[in-house]
Design a binder for this molecule. Structure first.
Ligand code: CO
Length: 171
């Protein structure tokens, strides 16, 4: 599984609603979790590996040994949100870039699990931040869209560098 890097256009396409809860979906989720650990991430959304589905995987510790922390969310939707705070974020699709992003502190998410069951999850702070970041990917929204004007300016040359690298690879 290859992680797509900005400005790969698939990152802007987001994901379609998951309707097929077969064994292939479980396999995809497992492979995504592995790819996430390999790259040292705490979350990964399907469009980041070129799969246009509303599917995301995460583990707030990012540790393979901590299987209890693993979550697979299908068709997630935020139903309640409260409070705002800034916090540091990075993204596997933006190697080398980190910046502060404002997110909701407390959220409630409804989603479908791998068995096709509807679930409700309450999350705050770090977990809530990861979910909001990954959920954005499912809508084709990237964390760099949400930076303050000052940070947008700060990362501008890094983004330009990624664009150059992408062009060089594509040609
Ligand atoms: Co990301």
């Amino acid at each position: 599984m290859e992680i797509r890097v900005y400005p790969d256009p698939v990152l802007r396409r987001g994901g379609q609603t998951v309707t097929d809860f077969g064994p292939e979906l479980k396999q995809t989720a497992t492979e995504m979790m592995e790819a996430m650990y390999e790259e040292g991430g705490v979350g990964l959304a399907a469009p980041q590996v070129g799969i246009e589905l509303k599917l995301l995987v995460l583990n707030p510790t990012g540790s393979k040994k901590d299987r209890d922390g693993e979550l697979v969310l299908l068709n997630p939707k935020i139903t309640r949100k409260k409070g705002r705070e800034f916090g540091d974020e990075g993204c596997l699709s933006f190697p080398g870039i980190q910046a502060e992003v404002e997110r909701f502190v407390d959220i409630t998410v409804t989603y479908t699990d791998l068995d096709g069951q509807e679930q409700t999850l309450k999350a705050d702070t770090w977990l809530a931040r990861i979910i909001q970041h990954e959920l954005d990917h499912l809508e084709g929204v990237l964390f760099t869209d949400r930076l303050t004007p000052v940070d947008k300016l700060r990362v501008k040359s890094q983004l330009a560098e990624l664009e150059e690298r992408y062009k060089a690879r594509a040609s």
